[in-house]
Design a protein around this ligand. Structure first.
Ligand code: NAP
Length: 292
């Protein structure tokens, strides 16, 4: 069984980006710039933005974080997006979701210039992905595809079963893997709560991608011997032995499933770290596009 190490792979990608930034500097070109917009004090969002900011610093990007109070109006958030759209030092804009209820998230996403949409959420970029054009792929699905690639697990001709159909994970990863392209070309099934018995589908998977958001949603009896398991879930469960009182687990019953799988991602340390790495990849690409 191969343990798919997202932490190590993410570090390798960050090192590659650092080298690319050095090269841009030597050539006298602009370094990549990423703007974060954080509205409110949601602890998870604050921690995500802090982590992404640190990653920018590590690879030599320019980054700026605008922290706005939770009661900021939609108009003010849209104006800030517009400001960064017009800022030539900024190549990527990331609005940390979720936004407070009074702000229309879709409106904010659509206000971002698609050329700076390094999260890959703008409908133009989602549409381009759908029809197989080069674009900014959203970071978690992009990270999954990159992990498969770097572990030489070629999905071509394989049956990929995705459990979950969210717009940020399930739908885009299913779409990316079904494209008639290298490191894709899979036969893809997407299961969700509409399925009477998800194990009917999961048992057929050569590659199973779990993006459910529920601990132990995938147990050993639900998978085929030798399947590749990609666990996207990040769930907090109570753990009195931890200082924080909780620990993170995925959607997969890791200890039992790993024995039956040929390769598996752990949680933490699997897909999670790849999301930030691919944000950096997208931002570098946005900067390179603007340098051309
Ligand atoms: P989401 O929007 O809540 O979507 C969950 C999906 O799972 C839905 O499509 C839902 O079906 C389906 N589902 C829920 N219970 C199910 C069940 N019992 N049987 C079959 N399908 C079921 O979640 P998400 O944003 O995709 O995130 C999924 C998980 O990944 C979460 O734990 C999240 O924290 C994690 N995540 C991790 C990263 C990362 O960087 N590693 C990034 C994003 C998300 P319906 O559509 O029918 O409701």
């Amino acid at each position: 069984m191969i343990m798919i190490d997202g932490k190590q792979t993410s570090q390798t990608i960050r090192n590659e980006i650092k080298v690319a930034v050095e090269k841009l500097k030597k050539e006298g070109k602009q370094i990549p710039g990423l703007a974060f917009i954080l509205v409110g004090n949601n602890p998870a969002s604050v921690s995500y933005v802090t982590g992404k900011g640190k990653a920018c610093e590590e690879v030599g990007f320019y980054s700026v974080t605008e922290r706005l109070p939770a009661e900021t109006s939609e108009t003010d958030v849209l104006a800030l997006v517009q400001k960064f759209n017009n800022d030539s030092a900024i190549h990527g804009i990331l609005v940390q979701l979720p936004l407070p209820k009074h702000i229309d998230e879709q409106k904010v996403i659509e206000a971002i210039n698609p050329k700076k949409d390094v999260d890959g959420f703008h409908p133009i970029n989602v549409g381009k992905m759908m029809i197989g054009l080069e674009t900014f792929y959203s970071c978690t699905p992009f990270g999954i595809v990159e992990l498969l690639k770097r572990y030489n697990i070629n999905p071509s001709g394989k049956h990929v079963v995705v459990v979950g159909r969210s717009n940020i994970v399930g739908k885009p990863v299913a779409n990316m893997l079904l494209q008639k392209k290298e490191w894709a070309n899979a036969v893809v099934t997407v299961a969700h709560t509409g399925a009477k018995d998800i194990s009917y589908y999961t048992k057929q998977a050569d590659i199973l991608i779990a993006a459910v958001g529920k601990p132990n949603a995938i147990t050993a009896d639900m998978i085929k011997e030798g399947a590749v398991i990609i666990d996207v879930g990040i769930n907090r469960i109570d753990d009195v032995t931890k200082k924080t009182g909780f620990r993170l687990v995925g959607d997969v019953d890791f200890e039992n499933v790993k024995e039956k799988s040929s390769a598996i991602t752990p949680v933490p340390g699997g897909v999670g770290p790849m999301t930030i790495a691919m944000l950096l990849v997208n931002t570098l690409k946005a900067a390179e596009n603007s340098n051309q």
